[in-house]
Design a protein around this ligand. Structure first.
Ligand code: ATP
Length: 236
């Protein structure tokens, strides 16, 4: 598989706390990569560096032919808007907008007509099991419902890479399966790659590959982790 995203020697220190210490990782088009490790091992920091939200102190992130550190803030934010879908751990939905309008927003920003944007947003809410909540604002939804709306918003543009930080952390196991199955479908249909930060084995089992962090370093990079994603899809 062709490499879409490659990071080498990533180092990031917050004050005196080393979050990453020379981490290296690659992501291929269409693959689901689970990033696992104990609390504080650097998983979120790795996701933030890979998605260009945080600049590492040292090391490189290359997306296609482009080095993220070679892009200015405007180019980086354009790249994130057009090629990436990002789901962070806490509240990134627009509080004033309904679930439907939150999900339609990236399409409207890309110039899609309102009716078409809303129809696509509706379909993604359905896929993630929160169509019933489409008229609610984030403050009127549970944490798990908000997570699913955030995933729908990250998926609606069919980006090249989705970065998701514990996207099922607030879901029960049935809803977790529904969400991960939808993600697997997305990757198989559109060759979207997914970088999935998780501490749950049930979630990592959906990945094609797992990278385990320990104290900011990649401890173990394994092949298929548990149930392969294709198996999860076939089990539908
Ligand atoms: N913005 C920040 N300011 C200060 N320290 C930070 C910041 N972000 C991360 N850290 C520290 O860097 C280390 C790695 O944190 P990170 O959030 O990347 O780990 P994690 O594996 O995602 O943890 P968790 O599973 O608990 O979310 C931790 O010691 C954390 O306290």
């Amino acid at each position: 598989m062709s490499t879409l995203l490659a990071a080498e020697g990533l180092t990031k220190t917050y004050g005196r706390t080393p979050a990453l210490r020379g981490a290296a990782v690659t992501v291929a088009a269409g693959e689901i990569l689970a990033v696992t490790g104990a609390s504080g091992s650097g998983k979120s920091t790795l996701l933030h560096c890979l998605s260009g939200l945080v600049r590492p102190d040292a090391g490189t992130v290359t997306y296609g032919q482009r080095r993220l550190d070679g892009l200015d803030a405007e180019k980086l934010s354009e790249l994130r808007r057009t090629e990436f879908g990002i789901v962070l751990q806490f509240g990134q939905l627009v509080p004033e907008l309904t679930a439907l309008d939150n999900v339609a927003l990236p399409l409207l920003l890309a110039g899609r007509p309102r009716a078409a944007a809303r129809a696509e947003a509706d379909a993604w809410l359905e896929r993630y099991g929160v169509r019933g909540q489409r008229k609610l604002r984030p403050g009127e939804m549970s944490g798990g419902q908000q997570q699913r709306v955030a995933l729908a918003r990250a998926s609606v543009t069919e980006p090249k890479v989705i970065f998701a930080d514990e996207p099922t952390g607030a879901l029960d196991s049935l809803a977790t399966e529904q969400v991960l199955t939808s993600l697997v479908h997305l990757t198989r249909e559109t060759r979207t790659a997914v970088v999935l930060v998780t501490h749950e084995a049930q979630v990592a089992a959906y990945a094609d590959r797992e990278v385990r962090l320990h104290d900011g370093e990649v401890q173990d990079a394994s092949g298929a982790a548990g149930i392969p994603a294709a198996g999860a899809e076939a089990a539908l």
